[in-house]
Design a binder for this molecule. Structure first.
Ligand code: F6P
Length: 359
């Protein structure tokens, strides 16, 4: 029964009615939902589909490719290459941008995506997701790599799908952030979470705590204060969550607030950041900002970082606004040397920044 319910296509057509190529953008997003449905069906079959396990190959990041990484990548390409809506596509799973076969008309958009984020969780049946970002391509001819290197503020749409107990899509076209749930009986996404809002304050944070000794001091300070709870400077207890699947952690934050951090760390000096700017940080940052949250590297707004490479990585801190602003302040204080290196119990100064910690 569709009566009284808003399907994702109806919603997008209404949101994008009018100007120029907006109908094309709506059509492209509907194509993305077709890929998402195919991926949802594969992930839901689990071991019965024969899709689990690794391929024995590595992607451009040097990460082991799962069968489902590659199948999901193909699903997005096949759903979006034919319609004359994109000029090209780039993905986590492909070193170079995908050049459309000759027979397909070129469109006005670039689609950048991570087909199966958190795929290391697939074999343990934990939620994974697809993340995507849409940029405009105004030039004639196939795009070069540099055509993709646009800051996140230029995204015309962004979103993710989460394959969990239910499959959901969360989308923004710059007019708020909206969530849709897949009704498997009718095969359509239905608007279930209009105008999502992330509370400005929170007492919940997500970070891979095993990296604690490798973080920069401002992040160590933030987490130490949260962990000190009621007895510390923050004066209240905090809760932690870490699913190790960005879409699942971000989805929780959209539903009830919180922050997510994957900061710089010194564990592997050749790889100080984990998450990719163009198809992880940027689309999620737009979703979060459109829901009233904030997204920062600790030193800059994520959406204002101009990418230098397709697969560039960045530090990521996002979610409830007031906590992200606090993290930005801690980074500023540290960089300016304003943070006190000396602890005085009398004045409640922190002892965290011993001289030896300062970079
Ligand atoms: O590729 C990124 C990712 O899988 C994210 O989805 C997730 O947040 C993170 O890596 C998990 O990292 P870790 O393995 O350090 O917990």
């Amino acid at each position: 029964m569709l009566q009284g319910r808003t399907t994702i296509s109806k919603f997008l057509i209404e949101q994008l009615r009018g100007a120029d190529d907006q109908a094309d953008l709506a059509a492209l997003l509907v194509d993305v939902t077709a890929a998402v449905k195919a991926i949802a069906s594969m992930t839901a079959k689990g071991a019965l589909g024969g899709y689990l396990g690794s391929l024995g190959t590595e992607n451009v990041q040097g990460e082991t490719q799962k069968k489902l990484d590659v199948l999901s990548n193909n699903a997005v390409i096949q759903a979006c290459e034919w319609g004359g809506l994109v000029a090209g596509m780039a993905s986590e799973e492909m070193e170079e941008p995908y050049v459309l076969p000759r027979q397909f008309e070129r469109g006005a958009f670039l689609l950048v995506f991570d087909p199966l984020d958190g795929s290391s969780n697939i074999d343990v049946n934990v939620s994974v997701g697809t993340i995507f970002s849409v940029l405009r391509h105004s030039k004639i001819g196939d795009p070069s790599v540099t055509d993709y290197l646009r800051p996140g503020i230029e995204q015309v749409a962004a979103g993710y799908a989460i394959y969990g107990p239910s499959t959901m899509m969360v989308i923004t076209v710059g007019k708020g952030t909206h969530g849709f749930t897949l009704d498997r009986e009718i095969g359509n996404f239905i608007l279930t979470h209009p105008d999502l809002k992330i509370p400005e304050d929170t007492t919940e944070f997500a970070i891979n705590a095993s990296n604690e000794r490798f973080w920069e001091p401002p992040v160590q300070r933030y987490v130490a204060e949260c962990k000190a709870g009621k007895t510390g400077d923050r004066g209240c207890d905090f809760n932690t969550r870490w699913i190790a699947s960005m879409v699942a952690d971000v989805h929780r934050i959209l539903m009830r607030g919180g922050i997510f951090m994957y900061p710089k760390d010194a564990k592997d000096p050749g790889k100080p950041w984990r998450l990719r700017l163009m198809y992880e940080a940027n689309p999620i940052a737009l979703i979060v900002e459109q829901a009233g949250g904030a997204a920062s590297t600790g030193r800059a707004r994520i959406l204002e970082v101009t990418p230098a490479a397709l697969h560039q990585r960045v530090p990521v801190m996002l979610g409830s606004k007031n906590e992200i602003e606090r993290l930005d302040r801690y980074h500023r204080e540290y960089d300016n040397g304003d943070d006190k290196p000396f602890a005085s119990p009398l004045f409640k100064d922190r002892s965290l920044y011993g001289g030896e910690n300062r970079a």
